[in-house]
Design a protein around this ligand. Structure first.
Ligand code: NAD
Ligand code: TDX
Length: 339
């Protein structure tokens, strides 16, 4: 295989971080560049096992900084851009939408402009099933690539906006692109503001777990490493301009997820606390992944094997998440839940 330069934006976050490690290990002949601003969600310590490898490079840059991004692209002439960098937490977008527009919309546009100045093989835009809005509870209804975009939160609206910009750069300037729309990820290095790591960390500390509304909202869970393999496949084999949904048919209510974790850790369901519902809370997400399966992708984790592996990872890596929940994140958590 030939040498390629791969720019991964947001490579210090949850999914981008897993993807950087996956790529550095799988493609020693590629140069992997992790571009990240290191916001509250970015963490470089997770890369201690790869930081001395010759094919790993880190660059601290804000994707909205046009000058810095342009000069980097002129210097490095990347073959692939895999774009994860974003503000990613729905609850934060409800209290502070502005930074979501700045990073997710403007940042994507800056990267697209820089990409069209060089001869790239592919710009892969990592998006989300949330751009499709919500499904009802009819288990035969799924999001397909043709489902209309109907985002309901400022987060998903900013992601849908960036998807449309990516599409327009393909149609207008002929930029080679793919858009992937994945369901909820979970796994190692998931930031403990999100449901699964929040539940694991709080249950381990014998703290109450806030469940929004009646806990009956449904999410479709995918292990982060299955998502990484999907992106690897799409960047190399995806049809130019195509959108691919990513999901493994693992629908669970939030209450089922929380109860599974509590039971695996041998704790009491008294830890569950029903709190006020999220504003505009989407009822159900569920992905039809047929198009990606036809390209050759198949998930390797079931929810049962994935959640067991993830719980074990949080037990083995207490230091990582304890540091996070003892810092700035704690202030956010107290403000969010008035505790
Ligand atoms: P995350 O919040 O864990 O990580 C985001 C990363 O982007 C962080 O490292 C952060 O420092 C970086 N970043 C933020 N603003 C930046 C800026 N202005 N310039 C450069 N870097 C910046 O997010 P995640 O959960 O890993 O999600 C990654 C991507 O995948 C996002 O685009 C998200 O919309 C998408 N996605 C996430 C999920 C999920 O379940 N987490 C599901 C589907 C799609
Ligand atoms: O404390 C909580 N209690 C609770 O009941 C939190 C944090 C969440 N929830 C509920 C809300 C959702 O129905 O759990 C579900 C999952 O919530 P999050 O972990 O915040 O994920 P979600 O809002 O579904 O969005 C995630 O998946 C799609 C990612 O954060 C997005 O970046 C991705 O696009």
């Amino acid at each position: 295989m030939s040498n390629k330069k791969v720019l991964v934006t947001g490579g210090s976050g949850f999914i981008g971080g897993n993807f950087v490690q996956y790529m550095v290990d799988k493609y020693p002949e590629y140069d992997i560049y992790n571009l990240d601003l290191l916001t509250y969600a970015g963490d470089l310590t997770k890369h201690s096992s790869i930081e001395s490898k010759e094919n790993y490079h880190f660059i601290k840059v804000d994707i909205v900084d046009r000058e810095a991004v342009n000069s980097l692209f002129e210097k490095e002439n990347f073959d692939f851009v895999v774009h994860f960098a974003a503000e990613s937490h729905v609850d934060r977008s409800i209290t502070d939408p502005e930074v979501f527009v700045r990073t997710n919309v403007l940042g994507t546009q800056v990267l697209l402009d820089a990409s069209k100045q060089i001869d790239i093989d592919k710009f892969v835009h990592v998006s989300t099933d949330e751009v499709y809005g919500e499904l009802d509870f009819d288990p035969t209804n799924f999001f397909t690539e043709d489902t209309p975009l109907q985002p309901n939160s400022p987060y998903s609206a900013s992601k849908a906006s960036s998807d449309l910009l990516v599409r327009s750069y393909h149609e207008t300037y002929g930029l080679p692109v793919n858009i992937t729309r994945c369901s909820n990820n979970y796994g190692p290095y998931h930031f403990p503001e999100k449901l699964i790591p929040l539940t694991i960390s709080r249950v381990l500390n014998d703290e109450k777990v806030p469940v929004y509304g009646d806990g009956k909202n449904i999410r479709d869970w995918l292990h982060v490493l299955d998502h990484c393999a999907a992106i690897d496949l799409v960047m190399h084999e995806g049809g130019n301009g195509e959108v691919y949904n990513v999901g493994g048919h693992n629908e669970r209510t939030n209450l089922e997820v929380v109860k599974t974790i509590i039971s695996a850790l041998g704790k009491s369901e008294d830890l569950i606390e029903f709190v006020k519902d999220r504003l505009g809370h989407d009822k159900r997400y569920a992905i039809d992944p047929t198009k990606l399966e036809q390209l050759g992708w198949k998930p390797t984790y079931t929810f049962e094997t994935g959640i067991a592996q993830t719980i074990q990872w949080y037990l083995d890596n207490k230091e990582w998440w304890e540091r996070i929940i003892s810092g700035d994140y704690q202030n956010y958590f107290e403000k969010q839940y008035n505790v």
